[in-house]
Write a protein that binds this ligand. Structure first.
Ligand code: ADP
Length: 506
């Protein structure tokens, strides 16, 4: 059926009007400032950049491109803030972090809508992000009281004890795919451990974090939390290379992560990195196909594939393959692509036109080497969505596993399906990528699940489900997917250092 151009125009207008209304309700200031030393200030330089709505292309706000001098101010303020913050007892820090989670919870719907608007993620998914924000602040509020040292038996004439101390000032760099949640994964443990923070959000998505600071800034001593917006190579790199930043925590692409590691090496600054992935989902022959399809849809198309742990390589046993691919493709086609602010939407726009082009390029690369597009394959034809950065959920079969599209991170809704029939060959292929972030397994057999979970070289394995992130569960990568673990007890410890004190006895 040919779309009626008038009704398409009306549809596009409706989306644009809905977004403009949401923007005027939710965005406090359209000219964002930097947050340094407990106050909103202007950047020392005058470079600015637009923050755009990926659904409509309209400008939501203007942000300041913080520079090296702004980072300098923020680091100095953070050291002052640290002097006060470190005097707070663990119980006081717990109370403050709990209050932060309560305040976010009280305005959860607004934060969710803001992330949906700014990032383009479906509102139903954005709500899940904010629930996790609340949960992680509560978890780390409690964890603030667990930083125990130990005594070490070394002989009668010495008494050795260890204490855990915060680093002081920590620099944190955040990506755009889960704006407030990724900031929380870093902020909550760092503050809980007693550090002060200088944080740089992603250029594309600063809005929810800015609102968060407006909401909770008064709970923290001036300088304990500083936010500098800006470009990665300028504000981000200045933070990484700053000699008085004691630890850097970064989430983003493996390429940029490599540069961050090099930059941190100048001062031997400690780092944690949460990077890219090319995660496998394995369907065993005993699996229930319906359940496997549900898990695969969640693994691949959650957040439009803009997840570092997305299950982008789907290995289905040959016995199920034909039936599975048919049902999986039908389920992918049934996903509603559209305005992320609507309840019915499953797939919103990608963050930028560049990301759309990148995804299309990978689809092309896959088909050039024999990949067959089962469904999707590019942008939707629905004119109402013409102004947004949309890509259809795409399923590709028969591309070789060595193909670039199977080896490199696409960060879009593109699933590559492979068949398998030998377990040993399967594991070989599953591990034959440079990444090692996550994996999924679908089977009813516990022994099979355990064996496979141990054989796959990744930091996180989900069995009969995917994308579950309860606070307390460590998350992080093997191989080129990163260094360190987030969202867990060991994370708060990683924001501290061990000091050893050895007493002479007698
Ligand atoms: P993506 O490819 O998902 O956009 P990036 O790795 O480019 O992810 O960006 C993640 C974060 O890293 C963003 O906040 C970005 O500004 C920042 N960034 C980009 N380049 C650099 C850099 N050279 N040094 C430090 N941070 C950077």
């Amino acid at each position: 059926m040919t779309p009626d151009p008038q009704s398409s125009d009306r549809g596009a207008l409706e989306i644009a009007e809905r977004h403009e209304r949401a923007a005027s309700e939710l965005i406090r200031e359209t000219e964002l400032q930097l947050y340094i030393d407990g106050v909103w200030v202007d950047s020392i330089g005058d470079a600015r950049f637009d923050v755009r709505d990926p659904t409509t292309g309209i400008r939501l706000a203007m942000a300041q491109a913080g520079n090296a001098a702004d980072i300098e101010r923020a680091v100095t303020a953070a050291w002052r803030g640290y002097e006060t913050w470190k005097t707070k007892s663990p119980a006081e820090r717990q109370t403050i972090l709990t209050e932060i989670s309560d305040r976010v919870e009280a305005r959860a719907e607004e934060f969710a809508r803001l992330d949906s608007l700014d990032n383009g993620k479906p509102i139903t998914e954005a709500r899940g992000d904010i629930e996790l924000v609340v949960d992680h602040f509560r978890y780390f509020a409690g964890a603030a009281r667990t930083l125990e040292g130990k005594t070490v038996p070394v002989g009668r004439d010495q008494h050795v004890e260890t204490i855990r101390e915060p680093y002081g000032v920590v620099g944190q760099i955040i990506p755009w795919n889960f704006p407030l949640l990724m900031a929380t994964w870093k902020l909550a443990p760092a503050l809980a451990a007693g550090n002060a923070v200088v944080l740089k959000p992603a250029e594309e998505t600063p809005l929810s974090l800015m609102e968060f600071v407006h909401e909770v800034g008064d709970l923290l001593p001036a300088g304990a939390l500083n936010v500098v917006t800006g470009y990665g190579p300028e504000a981000g790199a200045s933070l990484v290379e700053h000699p008085r930043v004691s630890k850097i925590a970064f989430t983003g692409s493996t390429e940029v992560g490599r540069g961050v590691m090099k930059g941190a090496a100048n001062n031997l600054t400690d780092i944690s990195l949460e990077l890219g992935g090319k995660s496998p989902l394995i369907v065993f022959p005993d699996a229930d196909v319906n359940r496997a399809v549900d898990v695969a849809i969640d693994a691949m198309f959650y957040n439009a594939g803009e997840c570092c742990c997305a299950g982008t390589r789907l290995f289905v046993h040959d016995m199920l393959r034909e039936q599975f691919v048919e049902e999986f493709a039908a389920a992918a086609e049934a996903l509603v692509v559209g305005d992320p602010l609507l309840e019915k939407t499953d797939i919103g726009p990608k963050i930028s036109a560049t990301q759309v082009e990148r995804t299309e390029q990978y689809i092309k690369l896959a088909t050039e080497v024999g990949g067959q597009v089962v469904t999707g394959g590019g942008r939707p034809t629905d004119d109402r969505l013409g102004r947004g950065n949309f890509v259809l959920p795409t399923v590709i079969e028969r591309a070789p596993h060595e193909a670039r599209a199977a080896q490199e991170e696409i960060f879009g809704p593109v699933e590559l399906v492979f068949g398998w029939n030998s377990y040993d060959r399967l594991i070989e292929q599953v591990n034959d990528v440079k990444f090692g972030l996550a994996a999924g397994i679908v089977t009813d057999d516990l022994t099979t699940a355990r064996r496979a979970a141990r054989d796959i070289e990744v930091g996180n394995v989900w069995v009969n489900q995917y994308n579950e992130f309860p606070a307390g569960q460590p998350f992080g990568g093997y191989k080129q997917s990163g260094i360190g673990r987030e969202t867990a007890r060991e994370t708060i410890e990683a924001y501290t250092r061990t000091k050893t004190i050895n007493f002479r006895v007698g």
